[in-house]
Design a protein around this ligand. Structure first.
Ligand SMILES: Cc1cc2nc3c(=O)[nH]c(=O)nc-3n(C[C@H](O)[C@H](O)[C@H](O)COP(=O)(O)OP(=O)(O)OC[C@H]3O[C@@H](n4cnc5c(N)ncnc54)[C@H](O)[C@@H]3O)c2cc1C
Length: 408
C-alpha cells in the first residue's frame, strides 16, 4: 500500500449523508476519500421532499438558500399548499404558511457530491467493495478487467484510514461488519424496517392543473401513509409502511391508492426500497473509529419517513466528534452519542409514540375528536419537526457548525 492510499477518513457511500460528511471534513483539512458503488448522477428512489430545516442546513453549510437552489435548478418544485386526508377523502388541512420544496434526488445528490469534490475531496465512483476490516479501518476494492468486469482473482486495491464512516444507505455494507461482530441485533433492525413504493406519472399523462400540492393520506397502508408529491414534469405517487404490519401487501396497496386517485388508466412502473422506520437501538459507533450515519444507522423519522435531514445532521455530528477528538482530545464515542441522544433519538422516540396514535385512530377524519387531535397534536408536531417553527428556532440560534468548529 502506498502512502497515497492512506487517509484520515474513508466514507463508504456518497449520498446525502456521505457527501455532507466529506465536504465538512475536507473544509476542516482532513484527507478524506468517498467510495461509492454508483456513478453520479445516479437515481435514488425518493419522494424528494426537502423540509425547511434541511434547507436551513444547506444554507448553513453551503451558503445555498431556496432562491439560489431554484436558480441553479436544484429545486424542482415549490408550493405553499398541502393536504392531509383519509384515503383521498375528507381533507383535514391545507395552508399556505410555508413552502413545500421538492428536488429530484439524482440532481440534488450529484450537486452535493460536486460540492465535496470542489473543496478537494477524493471520490471513487462505480467501485465494488471486496472486503472491509472495521478493526483496521481498511477497505479493499475489486480491481477491474479491461472490459469493466470485476477481477476476482487479483488482490484488489487497499485503502486505510484513521476513521471509517458507513454512509452507504439502508442495506449498508459497513453495518454488515457490525453485525458480524455481534454489535447489533438484526432481528430488531428488521422489526423496524418499512417498505416504500413509488410510481412516477408524467404530467403530460395528467389533466392540466391537477396535483399541484402535496397530499399526505392515512388509512391507505397500515402503520404508514401514502403521498402524492408534485414535480414540474411529473408527480410521485407513493406509500410506505412497516413491513411487519403489512405482510407484503405493498403492491396491492399502491394499486388501491392509485385507483383512489383515479389514476389507474395511467402507465405505471412500481419501484420499492426499504426504509429504516423506528428506533433500531443499534450503537452506531465501533471502536471509537467506525461510524454509521444516515440510513445506514437507521436515522429516519418514524412518523414522516423523512431521512434527508437526519442524514445531514448525523453527518455533522460525526465530523464534530472526529474534530473534537483530534483537536481537543475529547472522547469521540461520547461526543457522537451525546449529539444523537440530544437531537435525533429524542425526535425518533417522540415520533414512535405519536405514530401509535396517528396511524391507529381508525378513520381519523370521520370523527370530531380525532380531527381535533390531528389538528392539535399531529400538525404542530409536523410543523415543529419539519417546518417553520424549527426553521425559526435554528435561525434564532444561528447555528453554524464550521464556525463552532474553527479553533479560536
Ligand atoms: C421511496 C422513498 C421515498 C422517500 N422520500 C423521502 C422524502 O421525500 N424526503 C426525505 O427526507 N426522505 C425520503 N426518503 C428517505 C431518504 O431517501 C433517505 O433517508 C436518504 O436517502 C438517506 O441518505 P443516505 O445518504 O443515508 O443514503 P442513500 O441516499 O441511500 O445513499 C447511500 C449511498 O451509498 C452508496 N452505496 C450503497 N451501498 C454501497 C456499497 N456497498 N459500496 C459503496 N457504496 C454504496 C449508494 O450508491 C448511495 O449513493 C425516502 C425513501 C424512500 C425509499
Amino acid at each position: 500500500m502506498t502512502k497515497n492510499n492512506s487517509y484520515d477518513v474513508i466514507i463508504v457511500g456518497g449520498g446525502v449523508a456521505g457527501s455532507t460528511a466529506g465536504y465538512l471534513l475536507r473544509k476542516l483539512g482532513f484527507k478524506t476519500l468517498i467510495i461509492d458503488k454508483a456513478v453520479f448522477p445516479r437515481d435514488k428512489l425518493c419522494g424528494g421532499f426537502v423540509t425547511l430545516k434541511t434547507l436551513q442546513l444547506d444554507k448553513k453549510n453551503y451558503g445555498e438558500d431556496i432562491e439560489s437552489l431554484k436558480k441553479k435548478k436544484i429545486i424542482n418544485y415549490i408550493t405553499y399548499d398541502y393536504e392531509i386526508n383519509y384515503q383521498n377523502t375528507d381533507p383535514v388541512f391545507r395552508n399556505t404558511e410555508y413552502p413545500f420544496v421538492f428536488v429530484n434526488r439524482a440532481v440534488y445528490d450529484d450537486f452535493l457530491l460536486q460540492k465535496a469534490k470542489y473543496v478537494g475531496i477524493e471520490v471513487l465512483e462505480g467501485e465494488t467493495i471486496k472486503s472491509i476490516d472495521i478493526d483496521e479501518c481498511k477497505v479493499i476494492l475489486f480491481d477491474k478487467k479491461s472490459d469493466g468486469t470485476l477481477n476476482k482473482k487479483s488482490k484488489g486495491r487497499e485503502f486505510k484510514s484513521d476513521f471509517l464512516i458507513g454512509a452507504d444507505g439502508v442495506n449498508s455494507r459497513v453495518r454488515q461488519e457490525f453485525w458480524k461482530k455481534g454489535l447489533f441485533n438484526q432481528k430488531k433492525w428488521n422489526r423496524n424496517l418499512a417498505t416504500a413504493v413509488e410510481v412516477y406519472i408524467d404530467r403530460k399523462d395528467l389533466e392540466k392543473g391537477s396535483f399541484l400540492h402535496p397530499i399526505f393520506s392515512v388509512g391507505v397502508i397500515n402503520w404508514g401513509f401514502a403521498w402524492v408529491f408534485p414535480n414540474e414534469e411529473r408527480i410521485i405517487v407513493g406509500l410506505g409502511g412497516l413491513n411487519r404490519k403489512n405482510k407484503g401487501n405493498f403492491i396491492k396497496a399502491i394499486k388501491n391508492w392509485i385507483s383512489q386517485l383515479n389514476l389507474n388508466s395511467k402507465p405505471i412502473k412500481i419501484q420499492g426500497h426499504p426504509v429504516p422506520f423506528g428506533f433500531p437501538k443499534i450503537k452506531p459507533v465501533y471502536n471509537g473509529r467506525v461510524f454509521l450515519i444516515g440510513d445506514a444507522g437507521g436515522f429516519v423519522c418514524p412518523l414522516m419517513g423523512e431521512g434527508l435531514y437526519m442524514a445531514k445532521r448525523t453527518a455533522e455530528f460525526v465530523v464534530t466528534a472526529i474534530y473534537n477528538n483530534l483537536v481537543d482530545k475529547k472522547a469521540i464515542e461520547d461526543s457522537f452519542l451525546w449529539s444523537l441522544e440530544k437531537y435525533i433519538y429524542s425526535e425518533i422516540k417522540a415520533a414512535v409514540k405519536l405514530r401509535f396514535l396517528f396511524f391507529n385512530i381508525g378513520k381519523p377524519f370521520k370523527y370530531k375528536l380525532t380531527r381535533y387531535l390531528v389538528k392539535k397534536i399531529m400538525l404542530p408536531f409536523v410543523e415543529l419537526t419539519h417546518g417553520e417553527r424549527s426553521f425559526k428556532w435554528l435561525r434564532k440560534k444561528n447555528v453554524n457548525l464550521l464556525e463552532l468548529m474553527t479553533p479560536k
